[in-house]
Design a protein around this ligand. Structure first.
Ligand SMILES: Cc1ncc(COP(=O)(O)O)c(C=O)c1O
Length: 484
């Protein structure tokens, strides 16, 4: 297990190791039954004392994540098997001796895609297929296959298909971003944009500020680089700028990650004043901002959204990520990135190293949508449907959820961030949730450091109309029962 320690950090080494191992266990990277390195190996590889190594395992045992057997070692806990029994040996146990560099993969571990199909999914943030213009996509694919089959037999330019970039630039211009076609890189979803940014600009010892709580897919990508993540809370106006400004001078920020428009998971929308001030802060300190904006089209229950940070950026401090997965087709895995100057070139180099460009025919298939007057119509229709759903969800929770469980009064966006009394650990509710037939995201995955474990996030757009009431009913019963 490769663990990167920052000996200059204010966080004690013992805590850093415990957190790293805990995150790998929570992510499912270290599976039940996995034998952790012996204390002797830990002391040798990490250059720590025996006492520290013992303390780490003791703390993990206490958290319920591992179980230490005298003379046998420390194992990731088998939640299914009664404690006290040694896990069975497997022919692949030798693989445990092959170290890896994956610090965490929380998004993967909690992805509903891994669950059996009968589970009602209140976790995945995408639209139910009935809310998407699938016939139009079918027609678009047919047209490519019939009329331009060459698109199936060529590489795309690394930055993306020229015509696609052209229509995307036009689309972003309408949203106030004065970007030119050559300033775009087509990515495999915004997740790839996050990853390209991380692998290009972050490395061990460097510091990135992240919202807290924060989109877990982004934390996973940033943690991969071994950079330090500085947690900055969000309030209803977005990331707390006062806390960024108050960071000690010893913390030199290189970048800030933010989802200003419909923050994931809290749904907050950064005010215009905060956007201006944040940009000014970044400019004054030469800090990059990674602006992740997958939610603008879905209006978030309001029509007066402030402009993207990128629309206010005249100095190239903002790298902008536009996602299509929330209003078009997440399965196409397409999104785009907009940046300026040498930042753009370096990201393009990273893109070329990563995959030599996104699939050409998928880009071609989306072109008509960004040209088509049907897109605004689709978005309008989608928002009306979402508004009805939002009302229904609010009403159901109001009627059925115990008032001790707090929820946003005016929820924006497609998420709902629920907070249980602090003694309730929502990670521990997941097996029972699956047993009763639903899945949601435990709040712990939204933290880059020590997690708060009494929150959870639901998304109410992914289920069919007819399944949503049943899922909410089960959710309310489960959460209420946990308080009993
Ligand atoms: C804030 C945020 N960024 C990025 C993503 C990933 O989206 P994509 O499907 O475009 O990779 C998500 C998906 O949930 C998200 O909420």
């Amino acid at each position: 297990m490769l663990i990167n320690l920052d000996r200059s950090s204010r966080i004690p080494v013992k805590e850093q190791i415990r957190l790293e191992i805990a995150q790998r266990i929570r992510s499912g990277l270290l599976q039940p039954g996995y034998r952790l390195p012996s204390v002797r190996v830990l002391t040798e590889t990490l250059k720590i004392s025996l006492v520290t190594a013992h303390q780490v395992y003791k703390a993990l045992d206490k958290e319920g994540l591992t179980e230490t057997y005298r003379g046998k070692g420390t194992f990731v806990r088998e939640t299914a098997s009664p404690s006290g029994e040694l896990p069975a040996l497997s022919p692949y146990d030798w693989q445990f001796s092959i170290p890896d560099s994956l610090p965490r993969a929380s998004f993967w571990s909690q992805s509903a895609v891994r669950l059996s199909p009968h589970i009602l999914d209140l976790a995945t943030a995408s639209m139910h297929s009935s809310l998407l213009p699938l016939e139009l996509l079918q027609a678009s694919f047919r047209q490519i296959v019939d009329r331009t089959p060459q698109a199936l037999g060529r590489y795309a330019p690394f930055a993306g298909d020229e015509e696609f970039c052209q229509v995307l630039a036009g689309y972003l211009n309408k949203q106030g971003i004065p970007i030119k076609q050559h300033q775009l890189i087509v990515t495999n979803g915004t997740q790839q944009g996050i990853d390209l940014f991380a692998r290009t600009f972050l490395g061990p010892g460097e510091t990135m500020a992240v919202e807290t709580p924060c989109f877990s897919g982004a934390i996973d990508a940033f943690r991969f680089t071994r950079a330090n993540l500085q947690q900055i809370p969000v309030d209803r106006d977005g990331i707390r700028l006062d806390m960024l400004e108050d960071l000690p001078a010893s913390i030199k920020l290189k970048a800030i990650y933010t989802v200003p428009t419909g923050q994931n998971p809290t749904g907050s929308v950064m005010s215009l004043a905060r956007r201006r001030d944040l940009l000014q802060f970044a400019q004054a300190n030469n800090i990059l901002i990674l602006e992740d904006e997958p939610h603008r089209e879905i209006e978030l229950g309001r029509k007066d959204l402030p402009p993207p940070l990128k629309a206010l950026d005249t100095t190239g401090h903002v790298v902008y990520l536009k996602g299509f997965s929330k209003f078009l087709f997440p399965g196409l895995r397409l999104g785009c990135l907009a940046a300026d100057g040498s930042i753009l070139n370096r990201l393009l180099a990273a893109k070329s190293i990563t995959d030599l460009g996104s699939p050409l025919w998928l880009q071609k298939a989306l072109i008509p949508f960004f040209k088509n007057p049907l897109l605004p119509k689709h978005i309008d229709k989608l928002n009306k449907a979402l508004e009805n759903r939002r009302k229904m969800v609010m009403h159901t929770l109001e009627q059925k959820l115990d008032p001790r469980i707090s929820r946003p009064k005016h929820p924006a966006g497609i998420y709902m961030w629920l907070s249980m009394p602090s003694a309730i650990n929502t990670d521990q509710l997941i097996p029972e949730a699956h047993h009763r037939g639903i899945h949601f995201l435990p709040g712990s995955i939204f933290y880059s450091g020590e997690p708060a474990t009494h929150h959870l996030r639901i998304c109410w757009t992914n289920l069919a109309d007819e399944d949503l009431p049943a899922a909410l009913q089960i959710l309310c019963e489960l959460l209420n029962d946990s308080l009993a």
